[in-house]
Design a binder for this molecule. Structure first.
Ligand code: PRX
Length: 676
């Protein structure tokens, strides 16, 4: 029997009375000092339950925070209301909106069409060669339904995983939403990742279907993609079908019975599909990110809490007006920014977005500005690395275009240096658009720290304050909050709706990576250094672990090292992130060659760079590889990356007294002087 139609507003039936956010929900660590003993037993403390601390009535700030999130969740359509906002008894495994049921795709698509907005543009899409497509919400609904029907025809059922490696084309969005609609967790893999990287992600998730394309446009050229994915799927028996979108017309290898063309399968499907509701904690997607070991972690996100926070942050951080704004996030859907701020957040908010397929300098360096002018982009969200690239190209380029539509500018991925901030503000923002510097991570799912546009006095280079509903602190080694003007580690001391729910298939790694560092306090350890300024505002200082940030992409030193040592000529390798004026950090590798390898450093290093690109992807190519006779190690055998960073950044080498052999640095320097 047909199920009752969706009833908008069901989500407002909540146990906690909705309340207006009060200043106390905006907890800036710099201004509110909670005694530590209170934190330990606070109901929000992740380990309160685990330690068997008797539960107490929630402290007022925690209750208000939950009420705040309940109100935000009420902006979504729920088929069944939740019974509890947060269940933290199994901390650090959170359950938000327990008992609630919803369909994420319905919330991103159908409900807008049902409310009469079918003709509103969801995406102004532009391909790198200049072709365009306009996709309204009604179009989106039809395409998502057809795709969902196609996936059903392949026998996929709730819970099956789908891997997606696609360029920035509308089918990528259709595929993600079709998965969401059917309760199939997707795992999107960035188009620039190698077959080996794709393979390990498919294997880890056990994906049954891979969705890809024949090729992708990159800097004006059509490059093969299907040929690469075939290399990956040769070793992945879990993949039963490969669904292929025709994008470039590139010739493709074909496996009869397994491979299917999108235009054959999807286009023939009925364009209606009735969505089923899923538990608020139903897995929505897995997204792999680099950690401190060589193996990427599958970060797991679920449905109700994730959608609540991405929608809320997208609306408030950019002050979104769905009827008038044209919003453009320049990320790739292969990263969390693309998931949360191209797909789920904007669509949940009924935004009109621009989606662009290609590189910013194809066919000319004004491409982004031309697109802003053509579509009247009012909210533009990008990464500091691109801003610094624009700076290098010169301000005369944006000056040729009418950028007066711009109202809000966003930044994400790495700390934005004040010079880039000012340039952004002057040359794109006409000295008036607020710049929203958003700090967050794949793990946090959504923006956590950002200035409210226009509300706070701007501070070039500071993400400033946790957004309302979020609590963050800067703490010392012991977890005690540092004072104003002091540095420490960034922690999140309260759970949040879009938090990761774990590492796919590895609960221990989840606890170990994020919760062990401050286990006695139950804080989430972000892996970033930060400081409070004299006003209590937060400044992010970069990673404190062995994770590099190259052009806003996270790459672990261990991942690159293991790629390097898999090359036969390499005996040992150490990798550091050295500061770089364009990319933030650049990868610098030090390698020891195996005995007997004739050292023609030029040849070896060129081959090694290609090898790393093949193993991981071009984004992981070292900027520089130095062949050295030894590596600096402590007595316990740990590589002292600090000293290598000194070499890579051409500084005086620091304190070497903890080295097992303090002459190693002289040896390295002498060798490098030789080869320079
Ligand atoms: O070091 C921080 C940096 O990027 C890391 C998260 O990387 P990823 O999971 O790939 O997500 C990037 C996009 C959300 C953080 O640990 N980072 C991100 N945004 C900022 C930042 N550092 C400083 N300021 C930011 N606005």
């Amino acid at each position: 029997p047909p199920r009752p139609p969706w009833r908008p507003g069901d989500g407002r039936v909540v146990r906690l009375a909705a309340s207006r956010p009060s200043p106390t929900t905006r907890t800036s660590g710099g201004t509110s000092m909670t005694p530590r003993s209170d934190l330990r037993s606070a109901p929000g403390s992740p380990f309160a339950g685990a330690e068997g601390t008797p539960s107490r009535p929630p402290e007022p700030a925690a209750a208000e925070r939950l009420a705040f999130w309940a109100r935000e969740a009420g902006n979504l359509d729920w088929e069944t209301p939740w019974s509890q906002v947060l269940d933290w008894t199994d901390a650090p495994f959170a359950r938000w909106f327990t008992g609630g049921r919803l369909n994420v795709a319905h919330n991103c698509v159908d409900r807008h069409v049902e409310a009469g907005h079918g003709d509103q543009v969801a995406f102004h899409w532009e391909g790198e060669p200049g072709d365009t497509r306009t996709i309204t919400y009604a179009d989106l609904k039809r395409e998502v339904c057809k795709t969902a029907n196609a996936l059903l025809s392949l026998g996929l059922s709730t819970g099956d995983r789908v891997a997606i490696q696609l360029p920035m084309i509308p089918e990528a969005v259709f595929a993600m939403l079709a998965c969401a609609r059917l309760g199939l967790p997707h795992s999107v893999v960035f188009g620039g990742f190698s077959p080996a990287a794709l393979r390990s992600r498919i294997e880890d998730a056990g994906a049954r279907l891979l969705i890809t394309s024949d090729g992708q446009y990159r800097r004006g050229r059509a490059e093969p993609l299907k040929a690469n994915t075939d290399e990956a799927t040769r070793h992945t028996p879990s993949v039963e079908h490969v669904l292929v979108v025709r994008r470039t017309g590139t010739e493709v290898p074909w496996t009869e019975g397994r491979d299917l063309w999108w235009h054959d399968l999807v286009d023939a499907q009925p364009d209606e599909h009735r969505p089923e509701s899923f538990d608020a904690e139903h897995p929505l997607f897995i997204l792999y990110t680099s950690g401190t070991t060589g193996k990427p972690k599958g970060i797991l996100h679920t449905s109700g809490g994730y959608l609540t926070q991405v929608a809320y942050t997208h609306r408030t951080a950019f002050d979104l007006a769905p009827d008038t704004d044209v919003y453009w996030c320049t990320a790739d859907i292969g990263w969390i920014t693309g998931h949360s701020y191209i797909v789920y957040g904007p669509l949940a908010n009924r935004a009109t977005s621009v989606m662009y397929e290609g590189t910013p300098n194809t066919p000319h360096q004004g491409r982004h500005f031309e697109i802003i002018e053509r579509f009247g982009v009012s909210v533009y969200y990008t990464a500091p690395t691109l801003i610094r690239t624009f700076m290098k190209w010169g301000e005369h380029i944006p000056a040729r275009y009418d950028l007066s539509s711009i109202r809000v500018l966003g930044s994400v991925g790495e700390p934005i240096n004040p010079e880039a901030w000012r340039w952004y503000r002057t040359h794109l923002g006409a000295e008036r658009a607020p710049i929203v510097d958003t700090w967050w991570q794949t793990e946090t799912g959504a923006v956590m720290i950002a200035p409210v546009p226009g509300a706070a006095p701007a501070k070039p280079g500071s993400a400033q304050q946790p957004v309302p509903g979020i609590s963050a602190k800067v703490v010392d080694d012991q977890g005690a909050e540092v004072g104003r003007g002091e540095r420490g580690y960034l922690v999140l001391d309260q759970p949040w709706p879009s938090m990761l729910r774990g590492v796919w298939g590895d609960d221990e790694r989840y606890r170990e990576t994020y919760w062990a560092r401050f286990a006695h306090l139950g804080y989430y350890f972000a892996g970033d250094g930060a400081r409070y300024d004299e006003d209590g505002d937060i400044w992010l200082l970069g990673r404190v672990d062995d994770v590099m940030n190259v052009s806003g992409h996270r790459i672990s030193t261990a991942e690159v090292e293991s790629a390097l040592v898999s090359y036969p000529a390499v005996a040992e390798a150490a990798v550091v992130g050295a500061s770089d004026t364009t990319t933030g950090q650049a990868i610098v590798a030090f390698v020891i060659l195996r005995g007997g390898v004739v050292r023609s450093a030029g040849d070896v290093t060129a081959a090694l760079r290609e090898h790393v690109a093949r193993e991981i992807g071009p984004i992981a190519k070292p900027r520089q590889i130095m062949v050295v006779p030894e590596l600096p190690k402590t007595r316990s055998g740990k590589i002292m990356r600090r000293l290598l960073r000194d070499v890579a950044e051409k500084r005086e080498v620091g304190d070497v007294t903890t080295l097992a052999d303090s002459s190693v640095m002289d040896l390295i320097n002498a060798g490098l002087a030789d080869s320079r």
